[in-house]
Design a protein around this ligand. Structure first.
Ligand code: HEM
Ligand code: HEM
Length: 166
């Protein structure tokens, strides 16, 4: 289950970033149609999968870090995973709060309406849109570190860490 959810989120994120960078610049008075609508839908789906993933992680023990890693690298690996969970949960909430401030309804899987996280026109909610864009870049940087870690296991340490995630 942890492996399945890991790769589902990777695929959803590839789609989500592609949409985010292809959708039109958002100005006041726009409606969440077309790619913007897809961005809200995929974002809500990522939040749902991440919540399920968090529940799974908290109720199932993580496999021990391989002994091939030094203590500082084990800490870095663990810290990166905690940061990935934190960013992937925070990012959709920030986007959702921004959507609510713009008066845009957010639905899960196109069907289940989610409550607004801020009032329409809220200055805080509108500002959280900027935070959302910045946090998305931070997420990309942390993902780069994570993939570098995976490559370090695969090509340098040559243990079975990557294989156990496949
Ligand atoms: C992990 C999930 C998400 C990722 C990776 C993501 C990524 C991004 C990125 C990179 C941008 C900036 C696009 C640009 O440069 O113009 C953006 C903008 C935006 N996203 Fe998301 N997003 C996610 C989830 C969501 C969710 C769940 C919602 C709402 C329900 C949302 C609503 C928005 C809105 C409204 C903007 C425009 C913000 C503004 O310009 O003020 N996002 N998103
Ligand atoms: C969008 C990109 C990615 C995200 C957000 C992400 C996120 C995560 C998270 C949060 C974990 C912690 C495991 C857990 O607690 O469930 C993890 C584990 C792992 N990821 Fe990724 N990952 C991404 C891409 C990749 C890629 C491209 C690879 C391989 C090339 C990879 C290889 C691994 C491995 C091997 C582990 C397991 C480490 C272990 O068994 O201790 N990840 N990933």
């Amino acid at each position: 289950m942890a492996r399945l959810l890991h790769w589902i989120v990777v695929m959803l994120l590839i789609v989500q970033f592609t949409i985010a960078w292809s959708m039109p610049d958002i100005h006041g008075g726009m409606r969440p149609v077309g790619l913007i609508g897809w961005h809200l839908s995929f974002g809500a789906a990522i939040l749902a999968v991440m919540l399920l993933r968090l529940v799974w992680r908290l109720t199932h023990r993580e496999p021990a870090a391989p002994d091939t890693l030094s203590v500082p690298l084990k800490r870095l690996s663990r810290g990166t995973h905690v940061l990935l969970y934190t960013l992937l949960l925070a990012l959709p909430f920030l986007g959702w709060a921004n959507a609510s401030a713009r008066g845009w309804p957010v639905r899960l899987f196109g069907a289940i309406p989610l409550p607004p996280l801020s009032t329409t026109g809220s200055r805080l909610g509108l500002w959280l849109g900027d935070v959302h864009g910045t946090v998305a870049i931070v997420l990309l940087a942390v993902i780069a570190l994570h993939v570098a870690g995976a490559m370090y296991h695969l090509l340098i340490v040559r243990d079975r860490t990557v294989q156990r995630m496949l």
